[in-house]
Design a protein around this ligand. Sequence first.
Ligand code: RP5
Length: 162
Amino acid sequence: MAAAPLVAILMGSKSDWETMRQADEMLTRFEIPHECRVLSAHRTPAETAEYIGQAESRGTEVIIAAAGGAAHLAGVCAAHTILPVLGVPMESASLKGMDSLLSTVQMPAGIPVGTLAIGPAGARNAALLAIAILATSRPPLRDRLRQFRDEQRRKVLAETLP
Ligand code: RP5
């Protein structure tokens, strides 16, 4: 297996990619080595456990796990590693992601999952939070995060209304 990226983005289904590509794009923007994989807590339980079990020794520092419906992926990942796991609830057709949110966020004490917002905002913020975690020991990355915040600030202040 090739050397691991710093961040692993896992998703329960390829159908999650349209949302999770936003996390991929954010990490690419910050030039963070990362990889994206489809792995399911339900459909590929053994392979998910194997991948997460090897992540730390491969050099991965943060796991982002996205799933929808009875969304157990982030919790299962957290069960198999002490790396920080960030959960992104996917918007589901039947319950608009409330099922995914509650399944991801309501972890029993002892196995934490940092849960983000449902959908694209959660995907982008998961990447930004992963970057912030990496930045605690990487001063140049902290500078880039500050620059990103400043760009947002300038954009808001430049808005005009009709
Ligand atoms: C979850 O089930 C996936 O994360 C996805 O959000 C949802 C539906 O998956 P598909 O039926 O579209 O593959 O495991």
